[in-house]
Ligand binder design. Structure first.
Ligand code: NAD
Length: 311
C-alpha cells in the first residue's frame, strides 16, 4: 500500500517513522511546502528504513507525486507555541486545509481514498476537510482524542498499578481543552472502575479524579513547554489508526468524524468502529450527569468555532 503524508515537520516525521515500523505499507511519499525539509526527512527516514522493513520513502515536489495513495495523512500547519491553545491555530490552519485538500483530491481516487486529519484544531478541520473533499463522512477521520485517551490510560495505569493494556478508558468530545473523561465507562480487565477500586482497596475520590482529568488536559501543554512540540504520541496514534484501517480490524477507537448534516453537522470524538472504509459506525456512551453536560458543552464549542470560519 502507498500512503502520503502532507506536512513533514515534527509530527509528519514522527508519523512516517511509526508507520514505517509497522511494516504495513510498502511506500510512503512525503510532501511539504518546504521541499528541502521534505527531501531531508525522506533521506533520513530512508536510511532508518534500511534497518527494518523494506519501505520506499520519497519526497515529492508536487501533488502529482501522491497519485496512487490510498490513505493521505494531513499533518501540515502551525503548531502550538508555549501558552497557545489549539483553537488559537484556527485561522492559520483553515488556510492550510483550504490549500491542501483540493490539491489532494485532484490527485487521488475519490472512490477509495481515506484522509486522516492530524492538524489542529482537529475537529473543526475534520469538518472543513470533509466539506471541501466531498468524501463520505466515514472516510475523513481525525485522530481526535486517541492521544487524550492514551494519556488517560497511562495516568490510570500508574495510579492503579495495572498495565495500560488492561484499562479501557475514553476521553470524548473536542480534541482540546473541553474534552471530557467518560468516567462511567472506565473498566479494568472488564471490571467497572469503582468495583476494581473496592476489590484492590485503592481510593479514587472525586478530587483525585478531577486531578486526573486536569492532567489529561495539561499533558500537551507540559510536553510543549519542555520539548517545544509533541510528536511521539501522535506518531504512534496515527500508525495504530492506519493499521486498524489497512487490516480492517473493526476496533473501537475515539476518533473524530462528521455526524449530522447542515447546521447540525459536527465532528467530535466518540467511540467509533474503524475498519477498511474508515469510520463504520458510532457508539453513543451512557455518560453520568455532569460528564454528559460537559460533552454537550464541548460539542457546542466545536460548532461555534466551525461557524466562525464559515462566516
Ligand atoms: P511543524 O511546524 O514542525 O511542521 C509543520 C509543517 O507543515 C512544516 O514543515 C510546514 O512547512 C508544513 N506546512 C505548512 N503549511 C503547509 C502547506 N500549506 N502545505 C504543505 N505543507 C505545509 O508542526 P508540527 O509540530 O509537525 O505540527 C503539525 C500540526 O499537527 C499542528 O497543527 C499541531 O498542532 C498538530 N498536532 C496534532 C496532534 C493531534 O493529536 N491531533 C498532536 C500534535 C500536533
Amino acid at each position: 500500500m502507498k500512503i502520503a503524508i502532507i506536512g513533514v515537520g515534527s509530527v509528519g516525521s514522527a508519523v512516517a517513522t511509526a508507520v514505517k515500523n509497522t511494516g504495513f505499507v510498502h511506500e510512503i511519499v512525503l510532501f511539504d511546502r518546504d521541499g528541502i525539509r521534505a527531501r531531508a526527512a525522506a533521506e533520513d527516514l530512508g536510511h532508518a528504513a534500511s534497518f527494518g522493513f523494506d519501505v520506499k520513502i520519497t519526497a515529492v515536489s508536487n501533488y502529482r507525486g501522491i497519485r496512487g495513495s490510498e490513505i493521505v495523512i494531513i499533518a501540515a500547519g502551525a503548531n502550538q507555541k508555549p501558552g497557545e491553545t489549539r483553537t488559537d491555530l484556527l485561522n492559520k490552519n483553515v488556510e492550510v486545509i483550504k490549500d491542501i485538500v483540493p490539491r489532494v483530491m485532484a490527485n487521488v481516487d475519490s472512490k477509495h481514498v481515506k484522509i486522516i486529519v492530524v492538524t489542529n484544531p482537529l475537529d473543526v478541520l475534520v469538518m472543513l476537510t470533509q466539506k471541501i473533499s466531498k468524501l463520505p463522512v466515514g472516510r475523513v477521520v481525525g485522530t481526535g482524542t486517541m492521544l487524550d485517551s492514551a494519556r488517560l490510560r497511562t495516568i490510570l495505569s500508574r495510579q492503579l498499578s495495572v498495565s495500560t493494556q488492561s484499562i479501557s478508558a475514553n476521553v470524548l468530545g473536542e480534541h482540546g481543552d473541553s474534552s471530557v473523561v467518560d468516567w462511567a465507562s472506565i473498566a479494568v480487565g472488564g471490571i467497572k472502575l469503582d468495583d476494581f477500586c473496592k476489590q484492590t482497596k485503592i481510593s479514587l475520590p472525586i478530587t483525585t479524579r478531577n486531578t486526573i482529568s486536569h492532567r489529561v488536559h495539561s499533558a500537551a501543554y507540559e510536553i510543549i513547554q519542555g520539548r517545544g512540540a509533541t510528536w511521539d504520541g501522535i506518531g504512534a496514534a496515527v500508525a495504530d489508526l492506519l493499521r486498524c484501517i489497512i487490516n480492517d480490524e473493526k476496533r473501537v477507537m475515539t476518533v473524530s468524524c462528521v455526524s449530522g448534516a447542515g447546521k447540525t453537522a459536527l465532528a467530535m470524538s466518540l467511540p467509533r468502529i474503524v475498519g477498511r472504509e474508515g469510520v463504520i459506525s458510532t457508539l453513543l456512551p451512557k455518560m453520568a450527569g455532569p460528564d454528559a453536560a460537559a460533552l454537550r458543552r464541548s460539542a457546542k464549542i466545536i460548532r461555534k468555532n466551525y461557524d466562525s470560519i464559515e462566516k
